[in-house]
Design a protein around this ligand. Structure first.
Ligand code: MN
Length: 321
């Protein structure tokens, strides 16, 4: 992974000058955005800085094993920090703070945008965007190495969490030699692989099992060869599940052979979220998602539209003759 040396030098100087640093993971935080923010958090502590991780949404309980997770503040009270990092957010609205603090994105402030979404629109004063990276935490790893900054076992665990989750535990098409090499180096630095694999991939609550049961039961194939499923607000209520428990189920739906792509539509607070995946070489799901105002990666993307889900019932005349 090649990073721009001038940009890195400018970022390093900004980090050295700063005293207080705000690290913002994107809303509905996943393992990659939290891993990137917390990974940097531990490095900044070692540099003698005062970092704060603040997110508009509370991290899901599955991330309890991540070192430093207990310090994450829910809600962003102010932005009077010397330096701000925004992690794994392809667009400003994904931070959940663009309406409250639009000045974060007018490039007048020290804002560093670190991401791996190809649709990223370079909203930061500094932008380190690497679409070929499987995870934002891989970009952080490379930055820390190139800048010769400390990377302890806590940072290693956080960064490996991002790689682990964004590759679906090393099974998605973004897993390549560089991904595995970086994961190996993080393990060598003391990353807690056992914690990651046990808590994130081998622990499933009964509410999650019920929810996934609904998703699998509702799975069907459209005439165009798309595998689809839906989950309503009512499904969440009846299963006693929350939205974050959807993480991972799309990979099951995407396992149906010979699909063009797969999509799960989920009702969430007056909106419908679409999660798209494909194993098909010729399909770019980020292009499909962008038709609905979303974005993402070529093999994994998403969108959100206002509205609710309603079942379409068609009547037809049957000849019983
Ligand atoms: Mn990511």
């Amino acid at each position: 992974m090649q990073l721009n040396k001038n940009e890195l030098q400018a970022i390093k100087e900004a980090m050295q000058k700063a005293e207080t640093v705000l690290l913002i993971p994107h809303k509905s935080p996943d393992g990659d955005t939290l891993g990137a923010a917390l990974g940097l958090y531990h490095t900044l502590i070692q540099l003698g800085k005062s970092p704060t991780v603040a997110c508009v949404d509370e991290p899901a309980p599955v991330f309890a094993f991540m070192p430093g997770i207990e310090t994450v503040k829910v809600g962003i009270e102010h932005i009077d920090y010397d330096l701000v990092f925004i992690l794994d957010a392809g667009a400003t609205h994904l931070t959940g703070v663009n309406e409250i603090y639009p000045e974060l994105f007018d490039k007048s402030r020290e804002v560093i945008n670190i991401d791996h979404h190809p649709t990223n629109d370079y909203y930061g004063k500094y932008n380190v965007v690497v679409p070929t990276a499987a995870a934002t935490t891989m970009v952080i790893y490379q930055m820390l190495m190139d800048m010769e900054l400390p990377l302890d076992r806590h940072t290693a665990t956080c960064l490996l969490t991002g790689i682990y989750t964004d590759t679906g535990s090393f099974i998605h098409s973004n897993t390549n030699a560089e991904t595995l090499r970086m994961a190996a180096r993080l393990l060598a630095k003391g990353a807690n692989l056992r914690g990651i694999s046990k808590d994130l991939f081998s622990t499933t609550k009964i509410s999650t099992m019920r929810l996934w049961g609904r998703v699998l039961k509702n799975t069907y194939r459209t005439p165009d060869g798309v595998t689809m499923s839906v989950v309503t607000q009512k499904d969440f209520e009846e299963c006693g599940a929350t939205y974050d428990e959807m993480t991972g189920v799309v990979d099951y739906v995407n396992a149906v052979p010979n699909s063009a792509y797969s999509v799960i539509l989920t009702e969430k607070k007056g909106a419908v979220k679409g999660s798209l995946r494909t194993l098909n070489e010729d399909v770019d799901v980020s292009a499909i998602a962008s038709n609905f105002g979303g974005g993402g990666h070529t093999k994994a993307a998403g969108f959100t539209v206002k509205g609710t889900l309603e079942k379409e019932v068609r009547w037809k005349v049957v000849d019983n003759g």
